[in-house]
Design a protein around this ligand. Sequence first.
Ligand SMILES: Cc1ncc(COP(=O)(O)O)c(C=O)c1O
Length: 363
Amino acid sequence: MVPPVVQSATFFGGLPDDPHELRYNRYGNNPTQVSLAHKLAALEGAEAALALSSGMAAISLVLLALARQGDHVLSSSLLYGATRTFMEKELPRRGVEVSFVDPRSPRSWRHAIRPSTRALYLEVPVNPTLRIPDPTPVGQLGLDRGIPLVVDATFATPMNLRPLEHGADVVVHSATKYMGGHSDLTAGVVAGARPLVDEVTALMHLYGSAIDPHTAWLLDRGLRTLPVRMEAHNRGATELARRLQGVPGIAEVIHPSLPEHPDHALASELMDGPGGMLGVVLEGGDRVAEEVVSRLALMAVAPSLGGVETLVSLPHLTSHRAMSQAAREESGIPSGFIRISVGLEEPADLEADIRQALASRGG
Ligand SMILES: Cc1ncc(COP(=O)(O)O)c(C=O)c1O
């Protein structure tokens, strides 16, 4: 009933009349890696998929596969911090120009496309602001010009959003988050058409970023409960969002389930669930947020997200620390912003924890 973990780095083969392909873990064709890749493709509705050693391995290798020296990448400006750094620092070092578009004004994509544009890039939902840029018009624009759209759907997982059904050509994930689901592995996913996945696989051989078989096995195990976990995360975050609205000390609660969320209507249309991530903006700014978060008792303060336990992080100290305060504000991350990855605990207990942290600060 349980697929075995094939904990072997190499396999018999390599003679002249050998009909089999050479199997080696760095090539990603260990049986455990292969069976995981098939499941990932099925989940995304993709022709092919590949598991890698991290989300950043997936993102960087897809971009390196699509863009060469002299090419241009057009990306949403609302990105996970390391993705932004890869675009701003690493791609230009390799002669690839990158420009950014505010996805909140969809028309700007058309004007920013160049003859040398080789990839369009979007994060849906955006970490940590939970904006939901619509992939459909961007995908259509790319389709008209033969430029693939890459979507990072880490916050959604295929349970809440399958970008290939909405105009994307390639999906990437940090499987470290919900797909693994237990905060005990680091992995990434690329899914899309076979030729592109093959190109990423060829780069993976050279950069050495294959997933290791034990991690592949753990990820496979996580996937078996992905639907029930995502349903619980969707439900828990929706309830906590409602409970936190109007709590003294909280200036704003951000969750796509709330009617006042700027993308609420689109999220309901596009996605099968609003997700387990929540944004809370505290009155008093980042210093107050640091103090309140340090007084939490049930929720753990830690980077990362998507595990069964509730994790809280302050983007100005973690995922978006490389940005200036002004750049964070411009991206929709005001001072006082707290990111909550809502786990499987009772929402009432999570609400009580936040209330006591806010109150003990005042007392
Ligand atoms: C949206 C998003 N994409 C990519 C990554 C990178 O993933 P990893 O840490 O697995 O490399 C993260 C990590 O937080 C993320 O939140």
